[in-house]
Design a protein around this ligand. Structure first.
Ligand code: SF4
Length: 329
């Protein structure tokens, strides 16, 4: 008798509505709150208790009353939530959801560079964008988000130099708006660095009267032709203030269109295309591959299984002092 050959079954896609119901029940059963960044899929933002940019979510995390936080975003955001809430269990749907910008500034390289500057007699404060690992946060004096960077830089004493890490584009933009000179770390975000300037100019020409709205992580050539420059929360506030239907060309991660549409549906939003690094071709929109690792399925699984979890590390205490001083005071 010949036995039938067992073949691997194709992965069954689960119904998003069933998953949402399951997540809702698990949230109550496990005493959990879901935080979702504006760059994750819209369906995840819709089931979250809090949505926002890094600054808002870091603050929201301190207001959570449940014993568990599920952070739909990337690894450094989960770390920040844990740092601000040491007594809570912080879960992230996928441990591999990293960040090219955070990876561009390894803590040991930063420590060596700071040492080198001190040996040269340079008197400086290190200001880090929030998109950095907790280990890097523990090495710096200030942490900024795109929402509060100008205000925090104003707090650095005028007689100090500023070492800004890791985003060179945001750093250059901040030098321009604050008038402070900075030593810039040569890091960049893989999503914001690849917007196609040619396509942006072409779309702008074909949509007369359109408004270009860009994230300050974009390179100078994109910012130079932008009408509005700001982080994701500033973009949301801007479109809400405007009643006249307008076409916005949006140069940031494409999932940002979802909260913009929800906040101000009277407008039209067109994501600015990016250039695919593999082929050099233009893609219709620009998605962060790390943020895209977050799925409803993984959120359900991490709630159900209680992992992956962000574990407390010794250097989190030092990072907490800096985060407290920079974001909460
Ligand atoms: S969009 Fe860029 S900065 Fe944001 S998580 Fe993705 S790689 Fe990091």
């Amino acid at each position: 008798m010949t036995l039938p050959v067992l073949q691997e079954r194709p992965r069954i896609e689960e119904d998003p509505l069933d998953l949402m119901e399951e997540i809702d029940a698990l949230k109550r059963e496990k005493d959990a709150t879901i935080l979702a960044h504006f760059y994750v899929d819209g369906e995840i933002q819709d089931i979250a208790d809090f949505t926002g940019d890094s600054l808002k979510l870091a603050r929201d995390a301190t207001r959570v009353t449940t014993s568990t936080i599920v952070f739909a975003g990337v690894h450094f955001m989960g770390e920040s939530a844990k740092i601000m809430n040491p007594q809570k269990r912080v879960l992230i749907p996928d441990l591999l959801a990293g960040c090219s910008l955070a990876d561009s500034c390894p803590p040991e390289q930063l420590a060596a560079f700071q040492q080198q500057l001190r040996a040269m007699g340079r008197d400086f404060h290190t200001v880090a964008y929030i998109n950095t690992s907790a280990a890097v946060k523990s090495l710096v004096d200030w942490i900024v988000t795109s929402g509060n960077a100008q205000e925090i830089i104003g707090r650095v004493p005028k007689d100090k130099e500023i070492l800004f890490v890791p985003d060179q584009h945001l750093g250059r933009y901040l030098m321009e708006v604050t008038g402070r000179k900075m030593i810039l770390w040569p890091g960049a975000c893989m999503v914001h660095e690849v917007f196609s300037i040619q396509d942006l100019i072409r779309i702008k020409r074909s949509h007369p009267g359109s408004v270009v709205m860009s994230h300050p992580e974009c390179p100078q050539n994109i910012l130079e032709i932008s009408d509005v420059i700001g982080g994701t929360e500033k973009m949301r506030q801007h479109v809400m203030k405007l009643q006249t239907p307008t076409t916005f060309l949006v140069a940031t991660e494409a999932s940002m269109i979802h909260p913009l549409q929800k906040a101000a549906p009277q407008h039209t939003y067109i994501p600015v295309p990016g250039i695919m690094s593999a082929s050099g071709e233009t893609c219709a929109c620009n998605r962060c591959p790390h943020m895209a690792r977050n799925t409803l399925q993984k959120i359900r699984d991490c709630l159900r299984d209680g992992r992956p979890e962000i574990e407390w590390k010794d250097y989190f205490s030092k990072a907490r002092e800096v985060l407290d001083r920079s974001l909460l005071q």
